[in-house]
Design a protein around this ligand. Structure first.
Ligand code: AP5
Length: 219
């Protein structure tokens, strides 16, 4: 299955993608994670991306499109992927269509994680990430056993620099202006499946897996 997770920042895409990709043996491609890795490593891509990410803006398409095309096309082609945070505008969606058609492949489904802005802001401003293994926590919804310390590896938890309130507001603005159009784009292609992401993690996961199972049966 080739799957896209679409939705505003804080909708829970990364949380669901992490579990689903492990459970179903899918390749999880998160452009945000790849870019944060490049920023931390100080690579040329990271140096270029950093100034956009800090402001909550999108990184230029040519940088992100190449990253995704390379991951999907590696070793001939990737057969079972979950794209999280890509595409984020019409240009990226068209570039993805081109990459896939070049590989004689296609998307199977686009899950649109619908969530209120109020929920998104509260999830992002309360998110904590492990500085060691990258595990994801939330101060209220998914707290670690010991405050500030990762349950899995014992390293310190930290806030993502773009999770400060002002940057979160900017990211949501960018989403409304540039990414929300993709809902219509994929709906017209009959690929869109809307998920009510304003519920707890387990309920959202069950809805996604149920939908995937039914798509698998129809194939
Ligand atoms: P990216 O890393 O993709 O961030 P995002 O899309 O803004 O998504 P988030 O990771 O913030 O939210 P999420 O929906 O994954 O929520 P999560 O599961 O973590 O992108 C960051 C930046 O990189 C962009 O701003 C841009 O600059 C650049 N970039 C990336 N891709 C790009 C592209 N294609 N083009 C150009 N630029 C690009 O959950 C959030 C919190 O809520 C967590 O604490 C979690 O524990 C909690 N939570 C999750 N689900 C639930 C739930 N159901 N109930 C309660 N709490 C929950």
């Amino acid at each position: 299955m080739n799957v896209v997770f679409l939705g505003p920042p804080g909708a829970g895409k990364g949380t669901q993608a992490e579990t689903l990709s492990k459970q179903r043996g899918m390749e999880h491609i998160s452009t945000g994670e790849v870019l944060r890795g490049a920023v931390d490593a100080g690579t040329p891509v990271g140096l270029r991306a950093r100034k956009y990410m800090e402001k909550g803006a999108l990184v230029p398409d040519e940088v992100v499109v190449d990253i995704v095309a390379e991951r999907i096309g590696k070793n001939g082609r990737c057969k079972n992927f979950l794209l999280d945070g890509f595409p984020r505008n019409l240009n990226q969606a068209k570039a993805l269509d081109k990459t896939l058609s070049g590989l004689k492949d296609r998307l199977d489904v686009v899950f649109y994680f619908a969530v209120s802005e109020e929920t998104a802001v509260s999830r992002l401003t309360g998110r904590w990430i492990c500085s060691g293994c990258g595990s994801n926590y939330h101060q209220h919804y998914m707290p670690p056993r010991k405050p500030g310390v990762c349950d899995k590896c014992g390293k310190a938890l930290q806030q993502r620099p773009d999770d400060k309130v002002e940057t979160v507001k900017e990211r949501l603005k960018v989403y409304r202006k540039q990414t929300a159009d993709l809902i219509d784009y994929y709906e017209k292609q009959g690929l869109l499946m809307k998920i009510n992401a304003d519920r707890d993690v387990k309920e959202v996961y069950e809805e996604v897996t149920k939908a995937l199972d039914s798509l698998n049966r129809e194939r």
